[in-house]
Ligand binder design. Structure first.
Ligand code: COA
Length: 434
């Protein structure tokens, strides 16, 4: 039977749909490519229908009118990770940052009383009535079962992604039909510094390794140096364009994985049409729930896991701040600690922290004697092992504080080494010797 006939009573307009949200509700909205724009726009248009709604949300790739100034009496944002729009909302006092490990996001939501309403995007249903929730899966498997009201924008352009992405039409309360183009995150050109860092990171990757690649220019650069590797696996938080060619060429084939053999695994994906087309109906690439993918115990079940993440600054003890810039919450812990821990626990695993040696046009060293005032320690010094810049690799495990400082100064930008060496002499009562 035609789904429309069967579920006719559930089909509403976006404005009618969001008016089912009640004051005081806790709502969650799917993110990245799964953000239901017809619904978020309707939230802004219908704001007078509710007050004091708690919103849980992650990353937007497009406009977020529901988080613009003037919405705060109606919708208050809470985020475990901040991007452009959400960072602004927190900086301007219209939202709050929620520190936590990404793999525990469902648990944190539960601690805060759960979710009343879930807003998602869905693909067209298959012959059994199942729709895919698209490219931003992470906490949706939890939220779809927890929410008392599930409102879905059916967008026929949403890729039909495999994994934990499916929801049956009978489990959706309101369906809003509106096709939108997928929002894209175009890759930025790789800089010379990123290219060098990528090359240094790739020198630590061996045939048969399973990779986690973080977000941004450095992971994109690493990928360009992996073309001659063999039998790589992918178990990552975010899938981006960079991995598509490696999978198509067979460099990533997931053959040597201990779990999810033969499949690439991520919890969300953000990129261009190239990535979205690749994920569409692809049984070799699954987006799974974040409490599975990012759980260090899951990650550690594969051998030789290599995690590659970036940070704002690292101090001479190896402590990493990956989330606070000049005292302001810039991003979040995300999956960094999840993957550093998972890689460290994996047999043969290696956790890499990759960063340019400087920021702000070369005026600030990212290797510092002390983390900035107001910084957060995202990853502990006891967990940070390989630190990579364009000047080389510092391996920290098994090294004393003095040896760590020495290794880190050796990969700092030459313009800042003198100052760091002076700090070394003061701290360790020893004349600097390279
Ligand atoms: N001091 C002052 N400013 C600094 C700085 C420092 N040490 N390091 C970076 N900045 C500034 C940059 O100049 C830039 O400013 P701009 O936006 O005005 O240009 C901004 O901070 C962001 O730095 P950038 O190097 O462009 O960031 P990025 O896109 O490479 O992301 C992190 C780096 C650390 C923010 C990002 O990797 C992150 O959020 N990590 C935590 C989560 C994580 O690792 N998840 C992994 C699983 S996917």
């Amino acid at each position: 039977m035609d789904w429309k006939q069967q579920f006719q009573g559930k089909i509403l307009s976006a404005d009618e749909a969001v008016r089912h949200i009640k004051s005081g509700d806790k709502i969650s909205i799917a993110h990245v490519g799964s953000e239901p724009y017809a619904l978020t726009e309707a939230l802004a248009r219908n704001k007078e229908a509710f007050r004091d709604v708690d919103l849980y949300f992650l990353l937007s790739l497009g406009q977020a009118p529901h988080m613009e100034p003037g919405m705060e009496e109606h919708i208050r944002f809470h985020g475990i990770f901040l991007g452009g729009t959400t960072r602004k909302a927190v900086a301007e006092g219209r939202g709050e940052y929620l520190p936590g490990f990404f793999h525990q996001y469902p648990r944190m939501l539960e601690e805060r009383g759960g979710i009343d309403v879930l807003l998602i995007s869905i693909s067209a249903p298959d012959q059994h009535g199942y729709c895919s929730m698209g490219t931003g899966i992470d906490h949706l498997p939890y939220a779809k079962d927890r929410a008392g009201l599930v409102i879905a924008q059916m967008n026929r352009n949403l890729p039909r992604v495999m994994g934990d992405s499916f929801i049956h039409l009978r489990d959706i309360d309101i369906i809003v039909e509106e096709d939108r183009l997928m929002p894209e995150l175009p890759p930025v050109p790789i800089t010379e510094v990123e290219r060098k860092i990528g090359e240094n990171c790739a020198s630590l990757v061996k045939d048969g390794d399973t990779l986690q690649l973080g977000i941004g220019g450095i992971p994109d650069a690493v990928v360009t140096f992996l073309k001659d590797k063999k039998d790589l696996g992918l178990h990552t938080e975010m899938a981006a364009d960079g991995v598509v060619d490696l999978i198509k060429s067979g460099v990533i084939n997931n053959k040597r994985k201990k779990i999810d053999r033969g499949k690439s695994i991520a919890t969300f994906a953000a990129g261009t049409k190239k990535l979205y087309d690749f994920l569409d109906n692809n049984p070799a690439f699954e987006l799974r729930a974040v409490d599975y993918v990012n759980n260090p115990y899951t990650i550690a079940q594969n051998d030789n896991v290599v995690s590659i993440n970036s940070c704002i600054q690292v101090d001479l003890m190896g402590q990493v701040n990956a989330e606070v810039v000049k005292g302001m919450q810039f991003s979040g812990v995300g999956g960094q600690v999840d993957f550093v821990r998972g890689a460290n626990m994996s047999k043969g695993g290696r956790a890499i922290m990759a960063l340019p040696s400087t920021a702000a046009g070369g005026t600030i060293s990212k290797i510092v004697p002390f983390l900035d005032h107001g910084a957060a320690v995202t990853t502990l010094r006891t967990e940070v092992n390989y630190v990579v810049t364009e000047y080389g690799i510092a391996q920290l495990w098994g090294k004393t504080l003095r040896e760590r400082a020495k290794a880190l100064i050796a990969i700092a930008h030459p313009d800042f080494r003198e100052g760091l060496q002076a700090e070394y002499e003061k701290r360790f009562h020893e004349k600097w010797k390279a």
